[in-house]
Ligand binder design. Structure first.
Ligand SMILES: *Cc1c(COP(=O)(O)O)cnc(C)c1O
Length: 367
C-alpha cells in the first residue's frame, strides 16, 4: 500500500534531540526560542509563539480576543473538528459560512453573508495546504471591526500574492505527526502585534510574567525543547519538501486531467500551495460512488483518505447545542460527499505516482 503520509527523520534530527537530552534542558528553552524565530521568518510575521498543539494555538488565539458568551466566531463547516472545538472551549458560539468549490475555503463573499450583529471574529481555515483568498477576508474583518484568526494548521509556508498564510491576522499552526512539519505534537501562533504576542506568552505560562507574578488566569500551553529540536532540521529542508510536493501534485494532475467524473485540485493564481493534501473530487458522472471508489483505490494499493467525511458540526455531540448555529451550505454539503485525498508526500517515486494515476483511472472507469 502506498501510504498517504510518511513520517521519517534523519540524522540531523537525531543529533539535535540528543543535544537537548545531554543539555538536561528538556522543557521550554533555547530550542523553542530558535523554532519561534525561524518560524516567524517562514510565515513573515514579527512574532511566533510556540504552544503544545494546534488546538491550543486556536484556543489561545481566541482567548486574546476576549470573547463573551454569545459572541459569534464565523468559520467554515469544512474543516477538522479542532476548529469547532476550540471555538466552543473559548466560550463562544460557532457559526458557519459556505466554501468555494475551487479552493475548498471560505471567501469574503460567503463570510459576509454569515455576519450577524453578534459576530466578533472570522476564522477561515487554509485547507489542504492552500491559503484562502485572504486579503479580501482581512478587509472584511477590518471593515466590521472583527478579529481575524487564520487556522493554518495545514498550510505552513503557503502564500497569497507573496504574503504568508497566518500573517494577515493571528495565524495558528499545528505540528502534529502527519502535518507538513512535525514535532509529534506541537503548535504555533503568529502575529505582527506586539501586545497580542506578549499576552500569548503570558497566557501559555500560567499567566506569569516574572516568577510568581501572575497577571491573568493562564494555562500551561508550553512546547518542549525536545519537540522543537525535532523540527529545526525539517525547517531547513522545507523549501525542497514544498518543491517536491508541488512537483508530485503537478505530475498527478497531468495524469488525472480528462478522466470522466474526476476533478483534480487547482492552485489558484498567485497562491503558493504547499500540498498538505492532494484532494480530487469524484462526482456523479464517475458512475461509481465515492466510498466504492476509495475501496477500489485501497484494493489497488493506493492509501487514499477522506478528509473530511462529514461537515464539522454533523455529529450528535454538536446537535441541538445553542453555541453551534447551523444553516445550509450547499457547496460544502456537496463537496463533503465528493472529496478523496491521494498520496502527494515527498517520498513518492515516479512509478508510485504513475501507479496512483492508473489506479484512479481504472477505478473511475469501471462502474
Ligand atoms: C491538525 C489540525 C488542527 C489541530 O491541530 P492539533 O495539533 O492536532 O491539535 C486544527 N485545525 C486543522 C485544520 C487541522 O488540520
Amino acid at each position: 500500500m502506498i501510504p498517504i503520509t510518511v513520517v521519517e527523520f534523519g540524522t540531523a534530527e537525531e543529533e539535535l534531540v540528543l543535544q537537548v537530552l545531554r543539555s538536561g534542558n528538556v522543557a521550554q528553552g533555547p530550542m523553542v526560542a530558535r523554532f519561534e524565530e525561524e518560524f516567524a521568518s517562514l510565515v513573515g510575521t514579527k512574532h511566533a509563539v510556540a504552544v503544545n498543539n494546534g488546538t491550543t494555538a486556536l484556543v489561545a488565539a481566541l482567548q486574546v480576543l476576549d470573547l463573551e458568551p454569545g459572541d459569534e466566531v464565523l468559520t467554515t463547516p469544512f474543516t477538522f473538528v479542532a476548529t469547532l472545538n476550540a471555538i466552543l472551549e473559548a466560550g463562544a458560539t460557532a457559526t458557519f459560512a459556505d466554501i468555494d468549490e475551487s479552493d475548498f475555503n471560505v471567501t469574503a463573499k460567503t463570510l459576509s453573508e454569515g455576519l450577524t450583529e453578534r459576530t466578533r471574529a472570522l476564522l477561515p481555515v487554509h485547507l489542504y495546504g492552500q491559503a484562502a483568498d485572504t486579503a479580501p477576508i482581512a478587509a472584511l474583518a477590518e471593515e466590521h471591526g472583527l478579529g481575524l484568526i487564520e487556522d493554518a494548521a495545514q498550510s505552513h509556508g503557503a502564500t497569497v500574492d507573496g504574503r504568508g498564510a497566518g500573517s494577515f491576522g493571528i495565524g495558528t499552526f499545528s505540528f502534529y505527526a502527519t502535518k507538513n512539519l512535525t514535532t509529534g505534537e506541537g503548535g504555533m501562533i503568529t502575529t505582527d502585534d506586539d501586545d497580542i504576542a506578549d499576552r500569548l506568552r503570558v497566557l501559555r505560562n500560567q499567566g506569569m510574567r516574572a516568577r510568581y507574578q501572575y497577571e491573568v488566569a493562564g494555562h500551561n500551553y508550553r512546547l518542549t525543547d525536545l519537540q522543537a529540536a525535532l523540527v529545526l532540521p525539517q525547517l531547513e529542508r522545507y523549501p525542497s519538501v514544498i518543491a517536491s510536493r508541488q512537483a508530485n501534485a503537478a505530475h498527478l494532475t497531468a495524469g488525472l486531467m480528462g478522466i470522466e467524473g474526476i476533478t483534480p485540485p487547482v492552485a489558484a493564481p498567485g497562491r503558493q500551495h504547499v500540498w498538505h493534501q492532494y484532494t480530487i473530487r469524484v462526482d456523479s458522472t464517475a458512475g461509481i460512488d465515492r466510498e466504492a471508489f476509495v475501496e477500489r483505490l485501497h484494493a489497488g494499493g493506493v492509501g487514499a483518505g477522506i478528509y473530511y467525511p462529514k461537515l464539522v458540526f454533523d455529529y450528535d455531540c454538536y446537535r441541538g447545542r445553542e453555541d453551534v448555529r447551523v444553516g445550509s451550505y450547499p457547496v460544502a454539503e456537496r463537496i463533503v460527499r465528493e472529496v478523496v485525498s491521494l498520496p502527494v508526500h515527498p517520498h513518492l517515486t515516479t512509478d508510485q505516482l504513475d501507479h496512483i494515476i492508473a489506479t484512479v483511472a481504472d477505478a473511475a472507469a469501471r462502474s
